[in-house]
Ligand binder design. Structure first.
Ligand code: UDP
Ligand code: MG
Length: 309
């Protein structure tokens, strides 16, 4: 008999959790025969009643296991912890807000079982209900990162996916501190089939992603899977050397031909400002990679568990 582990990361989800639990129970009872289930709720340092709700559910339902972090470590850490604790032959990751429709689980399972895929991922084809400016930047991000990285990032890919044990073990091998899962899934390879669906808005509560948080996450993704920004910095440097060389020749020729009239200091100031801006920017890019390396080298734990059952 197969066992499926369902990992749910929860951060302040007191309002959506009961709804989620009902929904998943319905699906599991209705669609699955002869499959054992395990639910792993990861409480990512919620400040509301989430942990108590999880505990209460786990008292009623023996399938439920939970891990509670000592503080908020972020969804990436929560997913990693869940994968680590999972024992199923197949593992799926879901959001607690029902934006990842549990009703697709059966189809995903059937595809893995009958079509020989190692993983089934989901991607939303629309971004209905999302602010247009956010959709615009999201699309732009995928264009940029796919140019910059050898690893393919699928536009609109969700973390909602069903994976075989082999894929999960491969992911767990990647114990890096700066985790960018969308890249990690692609990095490990394996045969993945993508199912598409229309965006669904969350049932209750609020999204934890502000524009600024998403922006930082995007930078994270780029630095984790591409070193192209470093190369760009070098090219800009080379370009400016070239421009400087031309300018020097122009000035020498001009001075020889027309003498040396003083002047041109405003343009000089502009150039100094511009070039030092570029220098600082490049330093910033290098610094960013350095800071990532610094964090990796320290080998801090990705999460800290306060309690679990
Ligand atoms: N989440 C988490 N830790 C965080 C932020 C979010 O575990 O620091 C969980 C959250 O509870 C939810 C999922 O990650 O189950 C997705 O979060 P959200 O719905 O806010 O993101 P969105 O769907 O808007 O991208
Ligand atoms: Mg959501």
């Amino acid at each position: 008999m197969d066992k499926i582990s369902i990992i749910v990361s929860c951060y302040n989800e007191e309002r959506s959790l009961p709804l989620f639990y009902n929904e998943i129970e319905n699906i599991v009872k209705k669609d699955f025969k002869n499959v054992e289930f395990e639910y792993i709720f990861v409480n990512d340092g919620s400040k509301d009643n989430t942990l108590n709700i999880i505990k209460e559910l786990s008292r009623k339902d023996k399938k439920i296991r939970y891990i509670s972090f000592s503080r908020n470590f972020g969804k990436e850490a929560a997913m990693y912890a869940g994968l680590k604790e999972s024992s199923g032959d197949y593992v799926t990751l879901m959001d607690a807000d029902l934006q990842d429709p549990p009703s697709m689980l059966k189809e995903m399972y059937d595809i893995i079982k009958s079509e020989g895929y190692d993983a089934v991922g989901t991607r939303r084809v629309s971004r209905k209900g999302e602010p247009p400016i956010r959709s615009f930047f999201a699309r732009l991000f995928y264009k940029i990162i796919n140019r910059m990285s050898n690893i393919e990032m699928v536009d609109g890919a969700r973390d909602y996916r069903l994976m075989s044990r082999q894929v999960v073990d491969a992911i767990l091998e990647l114990g890096e501190y700066n985790r960018y899962s969308k890249g990690l899934w692609s990095f490990v390879g394996f045969n993945t089939k993508w199912l598409e669906y229309e965006n669904i808005e969350r049932v209750a509560g609020e999204s934890k992603w502000s524009f600024w948080k998403l922006f930082k996450y995007a930078i994270e993704g780029i630095t984790a899977f591409s070193t192209v920004p470093l190369v760009i910095s070098s090219f800009i440097g080379l370009f400016f050397c070239f421009v400087a060389f031309i300018l020097i020749i122009v000035i020498i020729v001009k001075t020889i031909a027309f003498g040396d009239p003083t002047g041109g200091w405003p343009s000089l100031v502009c150039i100094i400002f511009f070039v030092s801006g570029v220098q600082l920017f490049s330093l910033g890019v290098i610094g960013h990679y350095l800071s990532k390396t610094y964090l990796e080298v320290k080998k801090r734990p990705i999460y800290i568990i306060k309690e679990k059952n």
